[in-house]
Design a protein around this ligand. Structure first.
Ligand SMILES: Cc1cc2nc3c(=O)[nH]c(=O)nc-3n(C[C@H](O)[C@H](O)[C@H](O)COP(=O)(O)OP(=O)(O)OC[C@H]3O[C@@H](n4cnc5c(N)ncnc54)[C@H](O)[C@@H]3O)c2cc1C
Length: 393
């Protein structure tokens, strides 16, 4: 197996498919992750905290600014090789929060928020999901009512990544009693608002007792008469479709990220199988172990190639949202299989926090569910293939 500059195996000469600039960028992110992120993960997982001290370094790498699609994907791969919580912070901050302001905000809003967000001085969150509305966000219930000079938000959100750490949260709410949404029902009455930390009536609260995504600030948010000024409404938002457009960007990062989690799990199983002896031989010498290694290797290579294919499509503006659904569906399933299989190769020590595969498998349970569940992406692809909508069938 060929080795990369940073002495990691290069599956199927994947690096040959990258440009010198892409490889150099990937190696910079890889070195940062190896030196600054990986050593902190086990402790953060145990404590259920995010290592905020790595944020300035992530900003210096340019991860909070615009990147070409393959650069962005390679960064997601490297970050999730450490932990999905790290990739998710970057994804929500850069793609869901900064991306929404860039796409749907005014020039004044861009100037007010994006420079500080780009430097990592202000963290962003994106709050769409509610306790009663996950897969069907078009039915969300948080309301935004006009008051003199702005809007009053009321209701309850759940699962906002970065919620308790964020200086600004994009909140998706149902606009009521306003001429802009007269006659509009359901998803067409949804609008977005920028809520700044410290606004009275805005209360984010950490969700604890998590068995997955422990290195991530997952939050509930309560709105009780929270008033935001007119200047904090995102005027370009015309309904739920605006939120889905941003989510598609973040899902693209998952396609690459989970390939990173799969790679870390596979590499852990491969190296352990060479040193662990049973029945007088390394377990790598048993055919059943080699069968597992071959399957994992195949899944890792397929995932990376699919991610790169989608990246190249995105580069020439030819990536359809159904391509992203395919990548998210297939690569998460592959990664989950790899992480679980890797854990079996480790035997009993695979359940200790000194091993990584079970941590990745636990994170991948979240990734199977968030940003469109496995089932939702099957329905999207089913509709794409047949022309028939089975969401309510
Ligand atoms: C760690 C974590 C971080 C998250 N971060 C964010 C965030 O930053 N911002 C945000 O807004 N949200 C976030 N989410 C929320 C996430 O997107 C939702 O959990 C997801 O959309 C699923 O919603 P739900 O949990 O309510 O499940 P439900 O929608 O209740 O689904 C339960 C089950 O029913 C199935 N189901 C639903 N509808 C159908 C159907 N039509 N046909 C067949 N099966 C169906 C689902 O596939 C699933 O298996 C996060 C979630 C987690 C766990």
């Amino acid at each position: 197996m060929a080795k990369t500059a940073s002495e990691r195996p290069d599956y199927s000469h994947f690096d040959d498919l990258l440009t010198p600039d892409e490889r150099a960028f990937r190696d910079r992110v890889r070195e940062f992750v190896n030196a600054r992120v990986l050593p902190r993960i086990a402790g953060c997982w145990e404590d259920g905290t995010f290592p905020m001290e790595v944020v300035p370094g992530l900003a210096e790498l340019g991860l909070f600014g615009h990147l070409p699609p393959v650069h962005e994907g390679l960064a997601s791969f490297e970050l999730e090789r450490a932990d999905a919580g790290i990739r998710s912070l970057v994804s929500v901050h850069a793609h869901l929060a900064q991306g929404t302001i860039q796409e749907f905000g005014t020039q004044e809003q861009r100037e007010r928020f994006l420079p500080r967000m780009g430097r990592g001085e202000l963290i962003g969150a994106f709050s769409l999901t509610e306790p009663a509305h996950g897969s069907d966000p078009g039915a969300l219930e948080v309301t935004a009512r006009p008051v003199p000079g702005g809007y009053r938000l009321d209701g309850h959100k759940r699962w906002a990544t970065n919620g308790t750490a964020a200086g600004v949260t994009i909140v998706w709410a149902r606009l009521v009693d306003h001429p802009d949404v007269q006659g509009a029902t359901g998803a067409r009455a949804i609008r977005a608002f920028l809520v700044e930390a410290g606004t009275p009536g805005f209360t984010p609260r950490a969700i604890d007792r998590k068995l997955s995504f422990r290195v991530s600030a997952s939050s509930e948010i309560f709105f009780d008469g929270c008033v935001v000024p007119e200047a904090n409404r995102l005027p370009g938002v015309t309904g739920l479709g605006s939120a889905l457009k941003c989510l598609n960007e973040a899902r693209y990062g998952i396609v690459w990220g989970v390939a990173g989690a799969a790679t870390a799990s596979f590499e852990e199983a491969l190296s352990y199988s060479r040193v662990r002896e049973q029945f007088g031989r390394p377990i790598a010498a048993f055919q059943l172990t080699q069968s597992k290694l071959a399957s994992m290797y195949g899944a890792v290579v397929q995932s990376m190639l699919l991610a790169l294919h989608l990246g190249r499509l995105k580069q020439r503006d030819a990536l359809h949202h159904t391509d992203v659904s395919l990548g998210k569906l297939v690569n998460v399933r592959h990664a989950l299989d790899v992480a679980r299989t890797a854990r079996t190769v480790l035997g009993g020590i695979g359940i200790l926090d000194t091993s990584v595969s079970l941590r990745h498998a636990a994170n991948l349970e979240t990734e199977l569910t968030y940003e469109g569940t496995d089932e939702v992406h099957q329905l999207i692809l089913g509709r794409h293939l047949t022309g028939l909508d089975a969401f309510r069938g």
